[in-house]
Design a binder for this molecule. Structure first.
Ligand code: IMP
Ligand code: MG
Length: 182
C-alpha cells in the first residue's frame, strides 16, 4: 500500500495522463508517417510512458534503451551525467525520438543530445511527458511535451522518490516534509 503521508496532492490523474499520451501518439504518427522511427527510452523513469505511448503509435518503429545517472538519491541535480547503459543499436541515418519522463534542469538531455548527434542520426527529437520550465538551466529544443508542471518534486507513473512509487498510475507531488531529508 502507498503511504498517503508521502503525497501532497495528485497533480495529473490517470485518465488525463492517458488522454494526453494518446494525443501525443497520434501527433507522432502523423509526423513520422513513411519514415523509419527509433524510440529511445531513458531508463528508468520513462518506461511506463514509453510502453503506453508506443501503443498509440501505428507507424513501424523499434525501441532501444539508455540509462544515465545524474541524481543519485538527492532531489537536486549534481550536474554530472554518467552513461550507465548505452544503446544496443546504431542510430546512424535513423529518425530518433528520445522518450523522457521529465525535463528539469535540461542537463541530462543536453548531454544526451550531444553524444547522440555525434552518431549522425537523420533526425533527433525529444518527447517528454513532463516539463518543469522554471528549473531550466540549459536550453533544449523539445518537440513534444505532455504537460508543463510547476517547480515541485513529483513521483508516480515511472518517476521515483528513492526508487519507489514508480508504479502509481498518476503523477503526484511529494509532501514537502520529505524534501528536506532526501
Ligand atoms: P535534468 O537533467 O535536471 O533535466 O534531470 C532529469 C532527470 O531528473 C529526470 O529524468 C528524472 O530522473 C529526474 N527528476 C527531475 N525532476 C524530478 C521529479 O520531480 N521527480 C522525480 N525525478 C525527477
Ligand atoms: Mg529520467
Amino acid at each position: 500500500m502507498i503511504d498517503p503521508a508521502f503525497i501532497e496532492e495528485v497533480l495529473i490523474p490517470a485518465d488525463k495522463l492517458q488522454a494526453r499520451i494518446a494525443e501525443l501518439g497520434q501527433q507522432i504518427d502523423c509526423d513520422y508517417a513513411g519514415r523509419d522511427l527509433l524510440l529511445i527510452s531513458v531508463l528508468k523513469g520513462s518506461v511506463l510512458f514509453l510502453t503506453d505511448l508506443m501503443r498509440h503509435i501505428n507507424v513501424p518503429h523499434s525501441i532501444d534503451f539508455m540509462a544515465t545517472s545524474s541524481y543519485g538519491n538527492a532531489l537536486d541535480s549534481s550536474g554530472v551525467v554518467r552513461i550507465l547503459k548505452d544503446l544496443d543499436t546504431s542510430i546512424e541515418g535513423r529518425n530518433v525520438l528520445i522518450v523522457e519522463d521529465i525535463i528539469d534542469t535540461g542537463c541530462t538531455l543536453s548531454y544526451l543530445l550531444r553524444i547522440l548527434r555525434a552518431r549522425q542520426p537523420q533526425t533527433l527529437e525529444i518527447c517528454t511527458l513532463l516539463n518543469k520550465p522554471a528549473r531550466r538551466v540549459v536550453e533544449v529544443d523539445v518537440k513534444y511535451i505532455g504537460f508543463d508542471i510547476p517547480d515541485k518534486f513529483v513521483l508516480g507513473y515511472g518517476l521515483d522518490f528513492r526508487e519507489q512509487f514508480r508504479n502509481l498510475p498518476y503523477v503526484a507531488v511529494l509532501s514537502p516534509e520529505f524534501y528536506a531529508d532526501a
